[in-house]
Ligand binder design. Structure first.
Ligand code: FE
Ligand code: FE
Ligand code: ZN
Length: 294
């Protein structure tokens, strides 16, 4: 089976999904992830049917599958917050409909942060929120992301994610997105990834794993910081990330890079995808990227 590898791309007003596909292609990717608007607010532009049609034609032409494309829910929505407004829940419901309208089947969601309440209360709020947005008719799978445990984030252990999944009525619509930087920062040992996967399988079940975020980490294991690094340049390391990417048990699951831009300006993805495909670390990554985009 072919490696499904892509990166986070931007969704712009004019070109919309078509722009995302083009950006992904410029990286040599065969999938991608995007926010349907600014991640930090809820203003959204109308989906243009002509752009969807053109995007789908280009996908077909390039042999990319819509089932492998991921939408990331805006991170301003915090389902753990007891005061999560009806507005936020309505927005999330709308977002799910938008994603379904695009024909996309997977949406990544941060479970939420328990601000001013206990973690257990936060988890109960998340379950309640999910039960308000997921119903019998929901087509998209909501993939709860494994979190670094920064601040008061819920979902930094497989047990917490399992508890949330178990509380959702239609939990066949709930999956998990595993982020390598986040699990490392949360305390899991990515250098012993086979063991981590066994633990995941025992607690949650491997069939729930629907998306993988590939990031190195700027910090040591258990740091709870959540700062992504370019692959091979952080505390996880190139070989250990390759072991995740090419793991036999994770074949066919989309792998998405969310590594930082070089000098906050130049996307690293074309070069990182090249390293991944060649299975060869590039010690001149930053220079190569800068030369290419300058
Ligand atoms: Fe995320
Ligand atoms: Fe992530
Ligand atoms: Zn992160």
């Amino acid at each position: 089976m072919e490696l499904i590898i892509g990166a986070h791309v931007s969704y712009k007003k004019e070109e919309q999904l078509l722009g995302c596909v083009k950006e992904a292609l410029s990286y040599g990717a065969n999938t991608f992830m995007f926010y349907t608007g600014a991640p930090q607010n809820t203003s959204r532009t109308e989906i243009r049917e002509d752009k969807v049609k053109q995007a789908k034609e280009l996908l077909t032409e390039e042999g990319m599958k819509i089932e492998n494309i991921i939408v990331h829910a805006p991170y301003i929505i915090n389902l753990a917050n007891p005061k999560t407004s009806a507005f936020a829940l309505d927005f999330l419901k709308e977002e799910i409909k938008r994603v379904e309208k695009l024909g996309i089947t997977k949406m990544v969601l941060h479970p939420g942060s328990h601000v001013g309440i206990t973690k257990e209360e936060g988890i109960q709020n998340i379950i309640r929120g999910l039960n308000q947005v997921i119903d019998r008719t929901t087509k998209v799978t909501i993939c709860l992301e494994t979190m670094a445990g920064k601040g008061t984030e819920c979902g930094s252990t497989f047990e917490e994610l399992k508890q949330i999944i178990d509380g959702v009525n239609y939990n066949e619509k709930v999956g998990v997105c595993l982020d390598t930087c986040h699990i490392h920062d949360a305390g899991y040992d990515v250098s012993n990834f086979d063991e981590v996967l066994l633990t995941f399988d025992k607690i949650i079940g491997l069939s729930k794993l629907q998306c993988i975020h590939i990031n190195d980490s700027k910090n040591e294991r258990s740091s709870h910081k959540d700062r992504h690094e370019n692959i091979g340049y952080g505390y996880i390391g190139f070989e250990h990330l390759l072991h995740v990417i090419y793991n036999e048990k994770l074949k066919g699951i989309p792998k998405i890079l969310e590594t930082p831009y070089v000098d906050k300006e130049y996307p690293p993805y074309k070069f990182e995808i090249e390293e991944i495909r060649n299975k060869k670390y590039n010690e001149n990554l930053y220079e190569d990227i800068k030369n290419y985009y300058k």
